[in-house]
Design a protein around this ligand. Structure first.
Ligand SMILES: [Zn+2]
Length: 141
């Protein structure tokens, strides 16, 4: 392989990776903003100050949190399970919280972006190995 082709492939791989990484960071920031906008966990304390109801991990108990943490009976009638993606969607639709509904949609989109980001990372790794071989060959010429 010529140096020019390897160089071009490296540039494309890096640009691809950067594209998906910044998309992932942007969508993650937007999800956090939407989750912060949910009014459900915000309660006024006895001094009139707004406090946020959180779980033991410090996550706000939003509609989205409730949907992810709700237990429902297994179809078999034995034991409990978490909501399926369809049930999460239905729960959020019934909550009518536009922030949590939008956050959930973006979380689904982010899964696809993260798959592409993983593919881009593997591509860079492959090119890195090819570059090492290329440099080994060039140094002996
Ligand atoms: Zn909400």
């Amino acid at each position: 392989m010529t140096q020019l082709i390897l160089t071009a492939r490296c540039i494309h791989a890096l640009a691809d990776h950067e594209h998906y990484l910044s998309a992932e960071q942007g969508i993650t920031k937007r999800i956090a903003e939407l989750i912060d906008s949910c009014e459900l966990p915000k309660k006024k304390n006895k001094y009139g100050l707004v406090e946020c109801d959180t779980d033991e991990k410090g996550r706000s108990k939003t509609h989205l949190w409730e949907a992810y943490n709700a237990d429902t009976e297994c179809d078999s009638g034995y034991g409990m399970r978490r909501y399926s993606p369809d049930e999460v969607e239905q729960y959020l639709a019934e909550s009518e919280c536009r922030h949590c509904i939008s956050a959930y949609r973006l979380i689904q989109q982010r899964k696809n972006i993260r798959k592409e980001l993983g593919r881009a990372r593997r591509s860079i790794r492959r090119l890195g190995k090819e570059s090492v071989k290329f440099l080994d060959r060039v140094e002996f010429e």
